[in-house]
Design a protein around this ligand. Structure first.
Ligand SMILES: C[S@@+](CC[C@H](N)C(=O)[O-])C[C@H]1O[C@@H](n2cnc3c(N)ncnc32)[C@H](O)[C@@H]1O
Length: 228
């Protein structure tokens, strides 16, 4: 809890010190999400860890309705302000939410979830599993989750200060580098549609897209089957 609170303060003051911290250009993952969501006929998106909204605003400009959440009120204020300036406030809403808490939507009510550089934040593996389970719970069957994370192929993964539970720290920011095994583990009840390494700026990244299967298609493990 202390780490979580310290990270929240760290992010909030980073956004206050430097508005538009991540720049105005959308991420590569947001471009991919537009293709994926568009191909699935989806026009509304829940974005987690949206920051000051470079991707939420981009998605809205492409015609999507976006509900953006983050645990930094400062970042969300910047997002709301920019949405208003661009006349996109009818398509973008923003709400404070810490993804360690259950996601607000009811079961199976969301068509698409997007998260760029959120899952690689300061979460224990158990928090990560809960978060992905929450995304699974709120998505409708056939719903799509697109996320991007730092990859262990990035040189920084060796140079940052190592903490417990696979986390590491740089400049007061705590995060995790993902290998493909971790992505596959988190994808277990899902259909993993895409796992693509790519570079963005100086970062080596992984792009992940997965679909929530209808209940009938989820392989059910049973001790009886395992004993044969
Ligand atoms: C690297 S930034 C990415 C921001 C945005 N997705 C982008 O690409 O511009 C990570 C974001 O995750 C948010 N964040 C970190 N931990 C969070 C948590 N537990 N709940 C909600 N947001 C969180 C931070 O406030 C920050 O805005």
């Amino acid at each position: 809890m202390e780490l979580a609170r310290a990270q929240q303060e760290q992010w909030d003051s980073a956004y206050a010190r430097r508005p538009c911290l991540h720049g105005a250009e959308p991420s590569a993952a947001a471009h991919r999400a537009v293709q994926r969501f568009g191909a699935a006929g989806i026009d509304d998106v829940l974005e987690l860890g949206a920051g000051h909204g470079r991707d939420a605003l981009f998605l809205a400009r492409q015609g999507f309705s976006v509900h953006a959440t983050d645990f930094s009120e400062t970042a969300l204020d910047q997002l709301r302000h920019q949405a208003q300036r661009e006349g996109l406030d009818d398509r973008v809403t923003a709400a404070l939410h810490d993804v360690r808490d259950p996601l607000p939507p009811a079961d199976a009510t969301v068509n698409a979830v997007f998260a760029n550089l959120l899952l690689n934040m300061a979460f224990t593996e158990s928090e990560l599993r809960s978060l992905v389970a929450e995304v699974h719970r709120v998505l409708c069957p056939g719903g799509v989750f697109v996320y991007a994370v730092w990859s262990t192929a990035d040189d920084c993964s060796r140079h940052w200060q190592q903490l417990d539970d696979g986390l590491c720290m740089h400049d007061g920011f705590v995060g995790r580098f993902f290998d493909q095994d971790l992505v596959r583990t988190l994808a277990e009840p899902w259909q993993l549609d895409e796992l693509t390494p790519y570079d963005e700026g100086q970062r080596r990244m992984l792009l992940v897209a997965m679909t929530k299967l209808p209940a009938a298609q989820v392989a059910v493990w049973s001790p009886t089957e395992m004993s044969h």
